[in-house]
Ligand binder design. Structure first.
Ligand code: NAD
Length: 490
């Protein structure tokens, strides 16, 4: 395993590491349970200085760059992430425990791609233009201008740390804002590494600041309450979103929220079942189920129900837990002992409620260095009613409940019977049905005969309790810029 003595992670304010004694917390490797780094917890004063540094940078050289120059700067950041690919990869794996096969294909490449995708975007977005007649018979022209929103607070979760953070920092910087990032306390390493990339790419001091800490009574709360923050973009749990929204109410600051989900998949009997199974096993177990787009509910048309459950169980049995740095490992631990305890609570509850445990249902005993990691078995249940909390609440673990259905309308109604609305997937070879059903699903994203195919130009976000606003493509401009109308009397 990749061990060594714990490193120290410091906050980055105005381009420099914050010096001085700070309380610190431990950054734990979920695969081993060992400490990889000691993280300095930002004080209220540190957060204040970070926000002030970001404000000052808006008025400095960064604020004077042309759109072209900013685009070039973003490409340099992407180049820097790619040049230090192996360092980012190692840091992300040590923080999350995710297998190298996943992080090397998803997390780190997307960390760079997010800067490239947004670099050119504001350049190609046309504004509005409305000629009008005035009441006295004259003419006037309206046109729109966009300007940066200002200082953006970026609050991130732990499941895809670099990917989700750059998904916000990329468009924020492309639009000319400056940022103060608060990474998850579980996964602080790559945000700090990115500060070095920013410096080497010539990004002016104060454009990108990092404050580490927890949520309540710590860096998260200090940052979201700070009156110098002009907008808050947050990805995480719905109830955290509620707390952040309350903080944002003071000073009526706008929020962009990507929140929790309880995503469902519908599998019709006419689907290509092998393809449906191959993608469903990803949709359920990738990243040990800790993907916001993950499927925790599957509705399978009755004629293929038994075959599908059996096929998914066979694929679950083939998951290979192991050293995340081993290329053959396909299944990692969950993020923390606390999260494992929470998921195990649901596993116990499912059994108590009479679920049939088709596979898994408990912890995985690992050996050697991995013995103290947060391992938990890929789990499949059947037999619960839709009103069970297993079927209603987000678990965010490697588990799924599968239920049979008999009609299209029933499948749609049961899929939509949730307070969440992030993602859904459906499997059918009937094209008309695919379009008809997709149009009725209450989810921000629907995949037909696929899962997690992402085009970064498309709208990304959730309905209902799964979020506010959309990220991706031009949609991010709504949050990261202020739209102004100029009316000229001719
Ligand atoms: P979380 O809400 O516990 O924490 C997210 C971040 O918010 C962390 O940095 C945390 O320190 C901070 N935070 C916590 N309380 C705060 C407060 N009061 N004020 C300010 N900041 C605070 O979420 P998590 O456990 O890190 O991530 C898992 C959750 O994220 C799941 O619910 C998952 O569905 C969701 N998620 C959603 C998406 C999406 O795109 N919709 C993507 C990934 C994860």
């Amino acid at each position: 395993m990749h061990g060594g003595s714990p490193s120290r992670i410091r906050n980055v304010v105005g381009g420099a590491h914050v010096e001085g004694d700070r309380r610190f917390f431990e950054d734990i490797n979920p695969a081993t349970g060992k400490t990889v780094a000691l993280v300095e917890e930002a004080t209220r004063d540190d957060v204040d200085r970070a926000v002030n540094a970001a404000r000052a940078a808006l008025k400095g050289p960064w604020g004077k760059l042309t759109q072209d120059e900013r685009a070039k700067a973003l490409h340099r950041i992407a180049d820097g992430v790619e040049a230090r690919f192996d360092e980012f990869l190692k840091a992300e794996i040590l923080d999350t425990g995710k297998p190298v096969s996943l992080a090397s294909h998803l997390d780190i490449p997307r960390g760079a791609a997010n800067f490239r995708a947004f670099a050119e975007l504001p350049k190609h977005h046309a504004g509005e233009f409305f000629p009008m007649r005035t009441p006295d018979g004259g003419d006037a022209l309206n046109y729109s201008l966009r300007s940066p929103r200002g200082v953006i607070a970026v609050i991130c979760p732990w499941n895809l740390p670099l990917l989700l953070m750059t998904w916000k920092v990329g468009p924020a910087l492309a639009c000319g804002n400056t940022v103060v990032v608060k990474p998850s306390e579980e996964t602080p390493a790559t945000a700090t590494l990115l500060a070095e990339v920013m410096r080497d790419a010539g990004i002016p001091d104060g454009v990108y600041n990092v404050v580490n800490g927890l949520g309540p009574d710590s860096a998260g709360q200090f940052l979201t309450e700070h009156p110098g923050v002009d907008g808050i973009t947050f990805t995480g749990e719905t109830r955290t979103g509620e707390a952040i929204m309350a903080a944002a109410a003071k000073g009526v600051r706008p929020v962009s929220f990507e929140l929790g989900g309880k995503n469902a998949g519908i599998v019709f009997a006419d689907c290509d079942i092998e393809k449906a199974l191959d993608q469903s096993v990803r949709a359920v177990f990738a990243n040990a189920g800790q993907v916001c787009l993950q499927t925790e509910r599957l509705y399978v048309e009755r004629p293929i129900f038994d075959q599908f459950v059996e096929g998914l169980a066979a694929r679950a049995a083939k998951q290979k837990p192991g050293d995340p740095f081993d290329k053959g490992t396909t299944f990692g631990p969950v993020i923390s002992d606390e999260h494992r305890t929470k998921i195990l609570g649901y596993y116990d509850k499912a059994a108590a409620q009479g679920a049939k445990v088709v596979s898994g249902g408990g912890v995985i005993e690992m050996e050697g260095d991995l013995a103290d990691g947060h391992w938990i078995a890929p789990t499949i249940w059947t037999g619960l009613d839709d009103d069970s909390d297993i079927v209603r609440e987000e678990i965010f673990g490697p588990c799924v409940h599968i239920a049979p259905f008999d009609s299209e309308d029933e499948a749609i109604a049961r899929t939509n019977a949730t307070e969440y609305g992030l993602a859904s997937m459906l499997w059918t070879q009937d094209l008309s049905r695919a379009h008809r059903v997709a149009a009725q699903l209450e989810a921000g994203i629907t995949w037909v005969n696929s899962w997690f195919l992402r085009d970064l130009r498309t709208a990304f976000g959730g309905m209902k309790h799964s979020g506010i606003g959309r990220e991706g493509g031009i949609h991010g401009l709504e949050f990261y810029t202020e739209l102004r109308n100029v009316c000229v009397r001719i």
